[in-house]
Design a protein around this ligand. Sequence first.
Ligand SMILES: *Cc1c(COP(=O)(O)O)cnc(C)c1O
Length: 354
Amino acid sequence: MKYPTLTIDTTKFKQNLNKVYIMAKENGVTISVVTKGFCALPELTKLCIEAGFCDLADSRLENLKKIDNHPGIRKWLLRLPMISEAKEVITVADISLNSEIDTIQALGTEAVKLGKCHGVVLMIELGDLREGILVQDAVAIAGEILKINGIKLLGIGVNFNCFGGIIPTNNNLKQLVCVAADIERTYGIKLDIISGGNSGSAYLLENNLPTGINHLRLGEVVLLGKETSFQHQLWDLHTDIFTLHTEIIELKEKPSMPYGESGLDAFGEKPIHVDKGPMKRAIIACGRQDVNTDKIIPHDEQIHIIGASSDHILLDVTHTDKDYRVGDIVTFKVNYASLLSLSTSVYIEKMLVY
Ligand SMILES: *Cc1c(COP(=O)(O)O)cnc(C)c1O
């Protein structure tokens, strides 16, 4: 085995997919499985499709491109498109989330040129203050979109838990349903999709999701078994599909207090140290270029992360029962933030386990 490696337990991944599929189906909601956490690794997107999901979503066109055009599979671009990439968006994605009429115009122009029809989900701002149009503008803007050739207004959506730390509730999601009803009544149309958010909304699924919300975009719940709003595990899903494996490249007893004249570290910060006396220190071959060390947790609870630079993570192994040696492997639990960066890092091997 090569290190550092991110292992992915495909058996557990399939079980999570199946469970989420059933929960969604029982509650009358369709799901776009969000693939950005694993950069749309083809082996894993294949498992999503085999589990019955027909909608796959990602923030990056580079990831969506890796998903083969299966018949009947719709590819969603989650991040608002750049006008400069309009043509590529039409080529690669079937649907995109949008909040700017100029961008939707640009998408329409390219769609007509390519003889395609592109689906638009109009994002509504409901308090988290990332993307979305204000509620009072929704009906007028929907009217503008309906006039654009090459574009089909598929529905509306909302995003929470991303910037403002605002969580989805029965109350604010009801507002989304009301906006949809206003648009439908004004133009005499039916919107196919009312998308009630990301994994932060999953906790509402069983009993408190307002009637009318018929779609969610789920990454974290499937990948890490947790909803975002309270970080609770849901439906006995697996929380340990992904594991980081790293190798020790130095292990020595050294002082815990750096010595010499002190200045700035490699990241321009002035580190603060506490003298804990002599310390058994391990260095593992993995660093801040791959992962934020605040976001990984050693499986061996007696190991403490001291710090990290771009390619090294320093561990305190003074008080471990295990007698670590150079060449030993140290493994870590990952959260969503670390999963994103580890998946993206070209220096991290990805290995499927069955
Ligand atoms: C990332 C993202 C999601 C998925 O979020 P999870 O917390 O992984 O479920 C949904 N919608 C948008 C717009 C996103 O950017």
